[in-house]
Design a protein around this ligand. Structure first.
Ligand SMILES: Cc1cc2nc3c(=O)[nH]c(=O)nc-3n(C[C@H](O)[C@H](O)[C@H](O)COP(=O)(O)OP(=O)(O)OC[C@H]3O[C@@H](n4cnc5c(N)ncnc54)[C@H](O)[C@@H]3O)c2cc1C
Length: 340
């Protein structure tokens, strides 16, 4: 069934006003194929949990929200299992279930809002782990001809908050399922956990053996202490990616700002965008109904009644100040829909 003129203001975590001309919620691949066949030449948008979006206006044509909800496990051997999950499964529900069952692999990616189908789109990442590290395959339907395609992880062109689906083939595929690799038992040695990021190791120190469940608890506690809950303060998580600069540029900045926060990467140095924004004076500062959060300068929040124009004006002002002060270009992380 396709609904018409659907209010999307509660379907995006920035709580921006927008409506979908027509909204379909296919529950399986056959239903999705039927919906696509009947679309004609209408514009097409894909919506998950709406947690990484700036809705810039009403969505014309057809919006598809896959609600595929199947989750199935396959034990490969004693230490390795694979979980195949439908695009409509809430990501953190999956993480909670795998961790509760004792499986390792997703615990660092706890408490990220949104649905499983969007996770490969921007290669979600947190606490030193990216989805790319656990993906086996991504199944999708081609928007052009409705055919089913399965991508191996190395075909997905995963990069920092990026993939084939977000960049080179944007708009060409609707992701329907992912298959993820999980470990358990003896395969979960201490050195197989990623704890060297964001205070995780300190939080876990001295309290008995490290388990996926304990890592998940620690990640959730850390995230809740830093990130605003979209249910009470609408936001889309990190609004900008951490920019990568050359080593020469980094050295120049370091001379002027010895406390600059950064991480080594193959291409040069990744700078903490939150630090750059805070040092540009934007932490906790508002512009009309929007502002940069007072605990986490990287998160743009809607204090109430904001429109996309408010959001994009603030983003432009922040980007300009960071460019002026540090000579660094910030790239927006959430997707504009409809695009610019
Ligand atoms: C408080 C908060 C914290 C966050 N923390 C993190 C974090 O730590 N790490 C991180 O990486 N992200 C984070 N995010 C961003 C966001 O949660 C993730 O990017 C998430 O994967 C988006 O999922 P979604 O279902 O809400 O996607 P949506 O916002 O609905 O869609 C995002 C994009 O994906 C596309 N898309 C969605 N589903 C599909 C599909 N099935 N097939 C093809 N394309 C699709 C959409 O068309 C759109 O372009 C955070 C967001 C919030 C609000």
């Amino acid at each position: 069934m396709i609904d018409t003129d659907v209010d999307l203001s509660t379907a995006n975590t920035l709580a921006l006003p927008a409506r979908a001309e027509r909204l379909a919620r296919p529950a399986d691949v056959d239903e999705l194929a039927r919906v696509l066949t009947g679309r004609g030449a209408d514009p097409l948008f894909v919506l998950g949990g709406g947690s990484n979006l700036v809705l810039t206006g009403d969505l014309p044509g057809l919006t598809v929200m896959p609600v595929f909800d199947e989750v199935s496990y396959r034990q490969v051997d004693e230490g390795l299992a694979q979980v195949r999950v439908g695009a409509g499964v809430v990501w953190d529900r999956l993480v909670a279930d795998t961790v509760a069952a004792g499986w390792q692999g997703l615990e660092n990616l706890s408490w990220i809002p949104g649905n499983a189908g969007a996770a490969p789109f921007q290669n979600i990442g947190a606490y030193g782990v990216e989805l790319a590290e656990v993906v086996s395959t991504v199944e999708a339907v081609s928007v052009e001809d409705g055919s089913n395609i399965s991508f191996d992880a190395d075909q997905c062109e995963f990069a920092y908050r990026d993939s084939l689906f977000k960049s080179r083939c944007r708009g060409e595929f609707i992701i329907t399922h992912l298959t993820l690799n999980l470990r358990r038992g003896n395969a979960c040695r201490l050195d197989s956990f990623r704890l060297d990021y964001g205070g995780l190791a300190e939080r876990l120190a001295g309290d008995g053996p490290v388990t996926p469940a304990r890592v998940r608890e620690a990640v959730i506690a850390l995230r809740q202490s830093k990130l605003p809950d979209p249910a009470t303060l609408p936001n889309a998580g990190s609004f900008f990616k951490n920019p990568v600069v050359s080593l020469t540029h980094y050295q120049r900045l370091l001379e002027r700002y010895p406390d600059l926060v950064s991480f080594p990467v193959a291409e040069g140095r990744k700078l903490a965008a939150g630090w750059l924004i805070e040092r540009s004076g934007w932490k906790g500062r508002r512009l009309g109904p929007v502002g940069m959060h007072d605990q986490q300068a990287l998160v743009l929040v809607n204090h109430g009644g904001a429109t996309a124009v408010d959001v994009l004006s603030l983003a432009a002002a922040v980007r300009e100040d960071v460019r002026q002060r540090f000579g660094v270009e910030l790239e927006q992380e959430p997707v504009l829909m409809p695009g610019a």
